[in-house]
Design a protein. Structure first.
Length: 81
């Protein structure tokens, strides 16, 4: 039997709606506690949504993430600056 952890994170209400409706399938967080404790297969609970972690990709820095992820696929991601 494999133990799976369960986490509760907050997101903006409009993002939570996108999570529930399957439009938001990526969550970008800095790799510090408690986010660093999340593993593939864990459950993340939001106020009105629950998802299973299917993949984790870690990047050394933000510029690496921006170079490797196709953020055009995620209309909710806004990169400023």
């Amino acid at each position: 039997m494999t133990f799976r952890a369960s986490f509760h994170f907050d997101v903006k209400p409009e993002w939570e709606k996108d999570i529930r409706e399957g439009r938001k399938t990526i969550d970008i967080r800095i790799n510090v506690h408690p986010y660093a404790d999340v593993n593939k297969g864990d459950i993340i609970k939001y106020r009105s949504a629950k998802v299973k972690v299917t993949k984790i990709r870690a990047y050394p820095g933000l510029s690496d993430l921006l170079a490797h992820e196709d953020l055009q696929r995620y209309p909710f991601v806004r990169v400023e600056g």
